[in-house]
Design a protein around this ligand. Structure first.
Ligand SMILES: N[C@@H](CCC(=O)N[C@@H](CS)C(=O)NCC(=O)O)C(=O)O
Length: 219
């Protein structure tokens, strides 16, 4: 299997968390260099995005949540879903909240700040959506060692990159106090760095961020 990924891409990082945890025999490869990803990559990824998983039988799978479920089914051990259906629902709700209510608005806000957008109505709406997502997330987070308790789950794969982006997002948005109202999510960084697979992805993202920021510097 082959995974198209970049170290800093949050959606790719989710998949790498899962692949590392399961010790899945997946070759991690980069799409062609450049931001945005060059058009030639569309021959591999129909929407020109990463992550993309190419399975052993040659199936192209896109969308991090679909790749995550595929890997969970294809490499069932060690499992990233609890045995109990109620607990599985909580894991899945947490991943969806991270994806749709936190990561999605934050990624759009990154773009709007980068473009110095004056669309204040859209910015306010996205912040509100993100804060509602964080409020719901805060209710389910425990005290560790993983997001939802004793065992690593798909929730940790989603929350590791999600938590990572907030360090830079706080600076970029000028909202350093952004996570003060969400102490468990804020402290989740300390849990991540204690786990070998999650911390590996965290440090890959840190290195990727350094490279990205350097590339943004004027020559
Ligand atoms: N909904 C998609 C989102 C994937 C996505 O937005 N990927 C970004 C990188 S994190 C991307 O490939 N953007 C295009 C680019 O960088 O040119 C998923 O879950 O996989």
């Amino acid at each position: 299997m082959k995974l198209y990924s970049r170290p800093l891409s949050p959606y790719s990082s989710i998949v790498r968390c899962i692949a590392y945890y399961k010790k899945a025999p997946i070759k991690v490869v980069a799409p062609p260099p450049g931001f945005p990803i060059p058009e030639e990559f569309r021959a591999i990824s129909p929407f020109n995005r990463i992550p993309v998983l190419i399975t052993g039988s040659g199936l192209t799978i896109i969308e991090a949540s679909v790749i995550a479920e595929y890997l969970e089914e294809h490499f069932p051990e060690p499992s990233l879903l609890p045995a109990d259906s109620r607990d599985r629902a909580i894991v899945r709700m947490t991943t969806r909240i991270a994806e749709l209510e936190i990561l999605a608005p934050v990624m759009e806000l990154f773009e709007l700040f980068y473009l110095k957008s004056k669309d204040d109505a859209r910015i306010t709406k996205l912040f509100k959506q993100m804060e509602t997502g964080l409020t719901e997330l805060e209710k389910v987070l425990g005290t560790g060692p993983y997001a939802l308790g004793d065992q690593m789950t798909l929730a940790d794969a989603w929350l590791t990159p999600t938590r990572f982006v907030f360090n830079n997002f706080r600076k970029m948005s000028g909202r350093e106090d952004l996570l003060d109202a969400f102490p468990k999510f804020d402290a989740y960084q300390q849990l991540i760095v204690q786990d070998s697979d999650l911390s590996l992805v965290w440090y890959e993202m840190s290195d990727g961020l350094k490279v990205f920021l350097k590339e943004l510097e004027p020559a």
